[in-house]
Design a protein around this ligand. Structure first.
Ligand code: PGA
Length: 267
């Protein structure tokens, strides 16, 4: 794992964006796994800037979002479909037909088929090259709450009350937060070739420490990332504050050879 502690969320997001841009310059058909929530907002802002100011071309890129609330239409302001349009898709040259988000409106009987189809679409696209992740304060990735199978696939999940509360600010009434979601599974996420986890703020410090340094356990789903060969954590000092090997991570970063650095654009 690579733990990249940066001075603030903006610099951490810019570093992740530079790595994504480098991947797209090298492979214009890059398949991105996308996340929602407050965490990736600065990353999307920087990718939009790279598109606008530096011609980063998304026309051949394909995207797959992690999850969606069940029961919300794509036009609902708290839906992840709406979030992606407003915060990213509307500002870059992604082909809408190459963007994929689980449907929040799928009927109960067709949920398994919908989830299976989502997995097939990912496979047909050649798999995800870079999966962007946030982390829940309870250690969830996607909406894989604690106790999720570490080999799970795309499916329906029930949110914890803590996650519903964490996400309630996006809803008019906290009771409006859906109880159910469709989310990529942990097994699905683990098949991505690279994983970029972003985490900012003190509220994430316990989850980040557990993910990077704790035992691998379904009680903290992000801890499975210790089994991934290319997991990179882009975090700020507050999110890093409970890591015990911080000095080592900082030393590694300070001595990273130029050929391995993503902020030196390979164009
Ligand atoms: P947040 O959510 O970015 O809104 O903190 C992260 C997550 O739940 O994965």
């Amino acid at each position: 794992m690579e733990i990249l502690v940066q001075p603030n969320p903006e610099t951490a997001s810019a570093l992740a964006a530079a790595a994504i841009a480098k991947a797209i310059y090298e492979k214009p058909t890059t398949v991105l796994g996308l996340a929602t929530g407050s965490t990736p907002l600065a990353l999307y802002r920087e990718l939009i800037r790279l598109h606008r100011d530096e011609g980063l071309d998304f026309s051949k890129v394909r995207t797959f979002n992690l999850d969606e609330y069940l029961g919300l239409s794509p036009d609902h302001p708290a839906s992840y479909s709406h979030f992606m349009r407003v915060n990213f898709f509307a500002h870059v040259n992604l082909n809408p037909q190459r963007t994929h988000i689980p449907s929040g409106l799928v009927s109960q009987e067709t949920i398994p088929a919908h989830c299976e189809h989502y997995e097939e679409e990912i496979a047909q696209a050649g798999g995800i090259d870079i999966q962007i992740l946030g982390i829940g304060s309870d250690g969830h990735i996607g909406f894989n709450e604690p106790s999720s199978s570490l080999t799970s696939r795309t499916r329906i999940k029930t949110l914890t009350e803590r996650t519903r509360l964490d996400n309630s600010a996006h809803f008019v009434n906290p009771d409006d937060v859906p109880h159910h979601v469709i989310t990529m599974g942990i097994g699905t996420i683990m098949e991505a070739r690279k994983i970029f986890l972003l985490a900012f703020g003190e509220n994430k410090a316990t989850a980040v420490a557990g993910a990077a340094e704790g035992p691998i356990t379904a009680s903290l789903p992000a801890s499975i990332l210790q089994m991934h060969r290319h997991a990179h954590f882009y975090i700020d000092p507050l999110a890093a504050s409970k890591l015990t090997r911080l000095a080592y991570y900082e030393w590694v970063l300070a001595h990273k050879p130029a050929w391995q650095r993503d902020d030196i654009a390979a164009r």
